[in-house]
Ligand binder design. Structure first.
Ligand code: FE2
Length: 138
């Protein structure tokens, strides 16, 4: 939910171009809006098949709703695993450390409850992209 805007916001995702997510190589998004009160981001996000987000955390909580594709989210802070596909929702609170593996190209809604950031918690300092997915863009 966004409480900060006083005007309606309309986005046609079919006509908006994918853009690279700052600091998250291999990921693309279409940002719908940034909440002026919280700085939270509302966006459609896509990762290629085979991509892996190594262990990382955020200073904000975030929820996702998978539109299509499949991904495995491992919450390393809590020892839980979630296999997500179309129609599934997951909220991850800050600052839980999590690792995400994309089992197929995956498109999902992403909403953060604060300004987007990302901190890597292991030796890998970026998304691991399989060679066959590199350069494919969104
Ligand atoms: Fe994350």
């Amino acid at each position: 939910m966004c409480l900060g805007h006083t005007e309606a916001i309309f986005v046609d995702t079919q006509t908006r171009a994918w853009e690279g997510v700052p600091g998250v190589n291999g990921a693309h998004w279409k940002v719908f809006q940034v909440d002026p009160r919280t700085g939270g981001v509302q966006a459609l996000v896509r990762f290629p098949a085979g991509a892996v987000e190594p262990p990382h955390h955020h200073t904000h909580g975030h929820w996702i709703y998978v539109e299509d594709g499949a991904k495995l989210v491992e919450n390393l802070s809590r020892g839980t695993r979630y296999l997500l596909s179309g129609g599934m929702y997951l909220y991850t609170p800050a600052p839980d450390v999590h690792r995400v593996t994309y089992l197929s190209r995956c498109t999902f809604l992403f909403v953060s409850d604060g300004p987007f950031d990302l901190f890597w918690d292991g030796p890998e300092q970026g998304v691991i992209i399989p060679p066959d997915a590199a350069g494919q863009g969104a």
